[in-house]
Write a protein that binds this ligand. Structure first.
Ligand SMILES: O=c1[nH]c(NC[C@H](O)[C@H](O)[C@H](O)CO)c([N+](=O)[O-])c(=O)[nH]1
Length: 160
């Protein structure tokens, strides 16, 4: 079952024995905490052992790519889920971080040969971010759950 894109996981893959790294930014804490919880709970639901989920934080989303490399090298994980929340401000800072971080995380997969799940919300408003973290009842769902399911599927199908 792949993640349908509507947030429903329509097939469950066996996560037993898979080691998963989660690196998360600390900006927008309320949103980040729920995204991380959603990803972790989905990993556990798919059979990943709690002891095989390694979580580290960084100051902001800009630090996620380097932390992702270190997570692979230091903790011998099969996949990393970098989690961040970027919210547009009044300057171009948002655009530059979104662009550099998304490209860096995409490129890392090919350099390392392992899956890097894109868990960075790039939102124009705080409300958009809250909805995608499952913090507004009845509006969207916690995208962290999608990322957890995606991580297991990618390792099962394409892991080294
Ligand atoms: O994770 C975020 N980092 C942000 N900035 C910090 C950045 O990621 C770095 O931590 C910082 O520039 C130091 O390198 C954000 N904004 O500036 O808006 C943001 O919305 N989210």
């Amino acid at each position: 079952m792949a993640v349908t894109g509507l947030g429903e996981v329509d097939q469950k893959y066996d996560g037993k024995g898979i080691r998963v790294g989660i690196v998360h930014a600390r900006w927008n804490k309320k949103i980040i905490d729920n995204l991380v919880l959603g990803a972790k709970n989905k990993l556990l639901e798919f059979g990943v052992m709690d002891s095989d989920i390694i979580i580290e934080s960084v100051p902001g989303s800009y630090e996620l790519p380097l932390a992702t490399v270190t997570m692979f090298n230091k903790h011998n994980v099969d996949v990393v889920i970098p989690i961040g929340c970027l919210i547009k401000g009044s300057t171009m800072h948002f655009e530059y971080i979104c662009d550099s971080v998304s490209h860096a995380l995409m490129d890392l997969q090919f350099k390392i040969g392992k899956p890097v799940i894109f868990g960075v919300l790039t939102c124009l408003t705080e409300e958009q971010a809250e909805a995608r973290a499952g913090l507004i009842p009845g509006v969207m769902h916690n995208h962290g759950e999608d990322w957890g399911a995606c991580a297991v599927e990618m390792v099962v199908k394409f892991g080294g």
